[in-house]
Design a protein around this ligand. Structure first.
Ligand SMILES: Cc1cc2nc3c(=O)[nH]c(=O)nc-3n(C[C@H](O)[C@H](O)[C@H](O)COP(=O)(O)OP(=O)(O)OC[C@H]3O[C@@H](n4cnc5c(N)ncnc54)[C@H](O)[C@@H]3O)c2cc1C
Length: 420
């Protein structure tokens, strides 16, 4: 029986798919592309907007992920639909790790790199920066293999689903490492604003969870064994003595272990455990990336309009992501502070709140997360490399088999298609 994806993971967006194809080999993927006027790859469906929408979906779920260690243990190649959780299980057996993970391990690698999905850490690039090779079926049904350093490689990694069907990825890996995390409660806004750089540098990966209320909130500090021990307090916030959920007050059983106990990188870097669904899915997310030097001013700008959005929030999160050279990465040549919002699932009210946020952040060169909710149009125009990406797409997909309304409007600014 054909399973047709009907909604995204959060059920906040309804796909328009009439059919879904499940090829069981890369050759079959190539055949489908040759025969299809339009085809859209779906990953794990975790994006919150129409980026993965289309008429006919293609899922790689029937292909084996077949992970292979390469380069004397410095790389792993794997089926692109592999989730980071599945990848971590394989890497454990070889005592290897990837450099970072998003807040949950359930997302597919292809979908994550397509949207420049990221974790946190001043020195950690987004997840796409670990990609050193791609196999991608282009619009003419050819399997194109590229590796880092090839012409246009930097344009292909954060691909927004626009260039083809990614069948296999190769990622940089490193020896496994241990991480411990501790949560600090009660950080005051004035302490955060005065010490923002210091707070975000407290560990390998740092998140500040906030409800944009009277106090800034809690700081989640993830440290590797090479960092110092966890102090009892930081900037007036005190170390929690029991596990926390990112949304204060919720049961912490699906959150990863805290309290400063060291464990595997993959059991600490995400906030949510692999074995659990991270929440009930009744949420919408938005996120805006801006140069880190504007961080405190951008937070102050949002504090001045918090009455426009805070009532719709489940929780917000501040993270940092290191600069890279990937053309459509929001971190392209800039270290960012990334300001995330987990909303209640009320799309209309959220859209209105997001417009206020976009306005408040506009002086700070903010760029939206590609996979989350934003209202701005022709975001591609804000990217220095858009024209090169457009030429790359002309070569990879001249007949626009992989296009959809979201792509044309959000990236290329065309108003020909509706339904964004
Ligand atoms: C609970 C939750 C937590 C999240 N946490 C984070 C976080 O910590 N950090 C962060 O940055 N983001 C986060 N996100 C956002 C999420 O990582 C992105 O939306 C990501 O794109 C999801 O991957 P996916 O596989 O579900 O992609 P999908 O939503 O299925 O697809 C996204 C895009 O990738 C394309 N695509 C997918 N597979 C392929 C393929 N094989 N070939 C070509 N194109 C393909 C699709 O066509 C589409 O354009 C979170 C989302 C949720 C729901």
């Amino acid at each position: 029986m054909t399973r047709i994806p009907t909604t995204n993971w959060a059920a906040s967006f309804h796909y328009g798919f009439q059919d879904c194809l499940y090829p069981s080999s890369v050759d079959a993927v190539c055949d489908i592309v040759v025969r299809s006027a339009k085809i859209k790859a779906v990953g794990s469906g975790h994006s919150f907007n129409a980026i993965a929408d289309g008429d006919v979906a293609l899922s790689l779920a029937e292909l084996p992920i077949n992970p292979v260690i390469e380069g004397d243990g410095t790389r792993v190649s794997v089926g692109a639909h592999c989730t980071y959780g599945e990848l971590a299980l394989f890497l454990h057996r070889h005592h290897l790790a990837v450099h970072n993970l998003a807040s949950l391990p359930h997302i597919s690698i292809a979908g994550a790199i397509a949207t420049a999905t990221h974790g946190s850490g001043n020195r950690n690039g987004n997840l796409a920066t670990a990609v050193c090779g791609l196999e991608i079926v282009s619009g003419d049904g050819r399997l194109v293999k590229v590796t880092r350093g090839d012409a246009d490689f930097a344009g292909m990694v954060v691909h927004l689903g626009a260039l083809g069907i990614v069948t296999r990825v190769t990622l940089d890996v490193q020896p496994e490492f241990q991480v411990a995390q501790s949560v600090y409660d009660g950080l005051a806004w004035d302490k955060l604003l005065t010490n923002l750089d210091d707070v975000m540098a407290l560990g390998y990966s740092v998140s500040v969870f906030t409800k944009w209320g009277q106090e800034a909130g809690s700081v989640w500090v993830k440290r590797t064994a090479s960092n110092d021990d966890f102090p009892a307090a930081i900037h007036g916030a005190t170390r929690a003595t029991e596990n926390r959920h990112p949304i204060s007050g919720l049961d912490a059983q699906n959150a990863t272990q805290q309290l400063g106990q060291y464990g595997r990188w993959s059991d600490r870097l995400p906030h949510f455990k692999m074995g659990f669904t991270p929440s009930n899915g009744e949420e919408i997310q938005s996120e805006f990336h801006l140069p880190r030097k504007h961080g405190a001013a951008a937070i102050e700008a949002l504090l001045s309009i918090r009455d426009k959005f805070a009532h719709l929030l489940q929780v917000g999160e501040l993270r940092t992501v290191a600069a890279d050279d990937l053309w459509l990465s929001p971190q392209y040549r800039r270290d960012t502070l990334s300001i995330h919002f987990t909303w209640v699932r009320d799309q209309e009210a959220v859209n209105a709140a997001v417009e206020h946020i976009e306005q408040a952040l506009s002086p700070f060169s903010a760029l939206p997360h590609w996979g989350k909710v934003f209202t701005g149009r022709h975001i591609g125009a804000k990217y220095e490399k858009l024209a090169e990406f457009a030429r790359l797409r002309d070569r990879m997909d001249p007949d626009r088999a992989f296009s959809n309304a979201w792509l044309e409007e959000a990236i290329f600014g065309s108003s020909e298609t509706q339904g964004f």
